[in-house]
Design a protein around this ligand. Structure first.
Ligand code: SAM
Length: 151
């Protein structure tokens, strides 16, 4: 979501526990392109209004997904898809024990098998950058929100 976004995390003790875990994993594995804290806080607020389902493309090491999971109401399900096998494995580890969060390994189009979503975050695939364009009309529930990142 952000070039060198991981470098913006400093005061880790103030972060939600899941975000701390994901940031730690991203640092350990040298993954720099996580969302910045201020972007994460926006995702957390948006997630709080998503009653049933949230999807993300481009999991990375799970930092954005951790912010989403930290804000999602009880009962909401989250899925995120990552095409890089190692990152998908790292992120799945971060969310071990979180039964309502699923990390899928594969192309972003996997999200089309599920849904519709109350909140859809396009952060790696589906953003009309050459690997296809997600169709909000098909993927969003009525009144749903889509977030599209650039960079
Ligand atoms: C900007 S990073 C994601 C950061 C993450 N959302 C976060 O906030 O920490 C983009 C990720 O999207 C993945 N990606 C790029 N194209 C993809 C595609 N077509 N399908 C699935 N994942 C993709 C990349 O491998 C990369 O890990």
């Amino acid at each position: 979501m952000s070039l060198q976004g991981i470098d913006a995390y400093r005061d880790d003790d103030t972060l939600p526990a899941l975000v701390q875990r994901a940031v730690g994993a991203a640092r350990r594995h040298g993954f720099a392109f996580s969302c910045r804290p201020e972007q994460g806080r926006l995702l957390r607020v948006l997630a709080s209004g998503a009653r049933h389902s949230i999807a993300e493309t481009g999991t990375g090491c799970g930092v954005g997904l951790a912010w989403l999971a930290s804000g999602a109401p009880e009962g909401a399900r989250l899925i995120s898809v990552e095409r890089d096998a190692e990152r998908a494995r790292i992120a799945a580890e971060v969310f071990q024990g979180c039964d309502h969060v699923e990390v899928l390994h594969g192309d972003w189009r996997l999200i089309e098998r599920y849904g519709p979503y109350d909140l859809l975050v396009l952060d790696g695939g589906g953003q009309a950058k050459g690997d296809g364009t997600a169709d909000p009309a098909r993927l969003l529930a009525a009144g749903g929100t889509v977030v599209i990142t650039s960079a």
